[in-house]
Design a protein around this ligand. Structure first.
Ligand code: P53
Length: 476
């Protein structure tokens, strides 16, 4: 039986703000991640007005990858990584976001980082905007609610595409652009779009406007990237949590379709280059006045992505509710527990089959190559007396997900480019700001309060994943 392609991109994934630290090194500006405090499960991270004394901002130091990347990449190479997904911190290149010229020290840092990867034949896979846009663009422009952001982003994209055109082939534009479908809470609008809502504002229409500008910016970047290097593969990045119906009651099934429409129309625009009709009808019903020009619509058709990158951690469940004739979806109210699966300590429902389902969903709809650019198990790790973390639970999680991914390739025939488990080295959680919610195959000695030596050590999963890569997944 055939398996994964011979050149399958096994690797690991991180984001600049969650591991680099060095928040003021090399001329870096303040990013949105730099003004978020540490929270916990059920305790949201606080978004402060600038940096306030006495608060704990875990991303400022993170795991100090900025100074330690050579040792860390050496460990990735030891595991056999074929690729390494990280992001370029926009604030290292354009510290405020609206400068005309890039910051050379920031560009040099990523030159050195990519050279270090290439030394081991590790392909960099690069996200342009991963929850770390310049904070100045929030305070001066209101974030992505402002059309001017398109120009700033495209300038940033052009600068890095040009600089790294012979070092980086695989790119993604906006990380988990669809997280902001949950505009009810403050987290996603701020991390995706630098949007802070004022009391009484219609959050939803602002979300659609910000997302539209991002989609236009993404399309312009794709178009520009292909001119700079026709070999570039530029993808979108979608947070895939498929939404199942709670039962086979027809109304539950239809509610799941409607919920999927609200969370995944972003992929339609990225891939097909136009808005789905159901969403245009929704805008009309809600009487949203959106700034979407004819020129924008042209741009969207020209900047279609080459592949679909997506994260997969969990599935969701919804059901039909009384007094909801239009099947409106509210991510904070419309979801219910899945009685058939267990959840992590952070309430994320563990569902390996959902990964196979997701791969089929995307491939049936779009027939584009797919790339699982995040997957993993956030858990509390406890080093044993010999200092090693015996993370059998993480091995089990990854094994079960890779097995389902393999069925999607071998039995269902989806075109899969690679697999990069999230947080291949322990790092700061995006959602909670904790160190305690660990994903790594490499342990980092640091706790939620910032104590620890930052020393790295191999977990049991390190050796397991090394073996998976060595055998190209044949042993799963
Ligand atoms: P943390 C929500 C749902 C799915 C993925 O998340 C998400 C989120 C945001 O919390 O984020 C992605 O650290 C994201 C990464 C993030 C990772 O998943 O909250 O792309 O930056 O760290 C895991 O456990």
């Amino acid at each position: 039986m055939a398996g994964f392609k011979a050149d399958f991109l096994w690797g690991g994934a991180v984001a600049a703000h969650q591991l680099e630290g060095g928040w003021q090194e090399g001329g870096k500006g303040i990013s949105v991640a730099d003004v978020m405090t540490a929270g916990a499960h059920g305790v949201p991270r606080e978004i402060t007005d600038g940096i306030l004394p006495g608060k704990n901002y875990p991303n400022h130091e993170a795991i100090d990858f900025y100074h330690r990347y050579k040792d860390d990449i050496k460990l990735f190479a030891e595991m056999g990584f074929k690729c390494f997904r990280t992001s370029i911190a926009w604030t290292r290149i354009f510290p405020q976001g609206d400068e005309l010229e890039p910051n050379e020290a920031g560009l040099q840092f990523y030159d050195d980082l990519f050279d270090e990867c290439l030394k081991y034949n590790i392909e960099p896979v690069i996200t342009l905007s991963h929850f770390e846009m310049p904070y100045h663009l929030v305070t001066e422009y209101g974030g992505w609610r402002n059309r001017k952001l398109i120009g700033f982003f495209v300038r940033f994209a052009n600068a890095v595409f040009t600089r790294y055109r012979s070092k980086v082939k695989y790119w993604m534009t906006f990380n988990e652009i669809n997280n902001q479908a949950n505009y009810h809470e403050d987290f996603a609008p701020f991390t995706n779009s630098g949007v802070k809502y004022k009391v009484g504002e219609d959050r939803e229409v602002i979300m659609y406007q910000a997302a539209h500008y991002e989609l236009v910016a993404s399309a312009l970047a794709v178009e520009a990237g292909h001119k700079i290097n026709p070999d570039f593969k530029i993808g979108c990045m979608i947070a895939m949590c498929p939404i199942y119906p709670l039962t086979c009651a027809p109304d539950d099934m239809m509610m799941s379709v409607a919920a999927m429409h609200r969370r995944y129309w972003f992929t339609d625009v990225h891939v097909r280059g136009y808005y789905p009709k159901h969403l245009l009808n929704y805008f009309a019903r809600r009487q949203f006045k959106l700034d979407i020009t004819d020129e924008d619509l042209q741009i969207l058709t020209r900047g279609r992505v080459d592949y679909i990158g997506f994260s997969y951690y969990m599935s969701f469940v919804t059901k039909a509710q009384e007094n909801n004739p239009h099947l409106d979806y509210d991510e904070t109210k419309s979801l219910v527990k899945n009685p058939y699966v267990k959840a992590s300590d952070w309430g994320w429902q563990i569902d390996p089959v959902g990964l196979r389902y997701s791969l089929n969903y995307f491939y049936d709809l779009y027939q584009l190559p797919l790339f699982v650019v995040e997957n993993g198990f956030g858990a509390i790790d406890q080093p044993e007396s010999d200092g090693v973390v015996n993370d059998q639970y993480r091995i089990e999680y990854m094994h079960n997900h890779i097995r389902e991914m393999k069925k999607a390739v071998v039995e269902d025939g989806v075109d899969l480019m690679g697999y990069t488990p999230w947080g291949c080295i322990d790092l700061v959680s995006a959602g909670t700001g904790e160190m305690k919610k660990r994903y790594g195959l490499i342990y980092v000695d640091k706790d939620n309060e910032g104590n620890g030596t930052l020393a790295r050590s191999r977990k049991k999963s390190f050796w397991w994943y090394q073996d998976v890569i060595k055998h190209n997944g044949e042993n799963i």
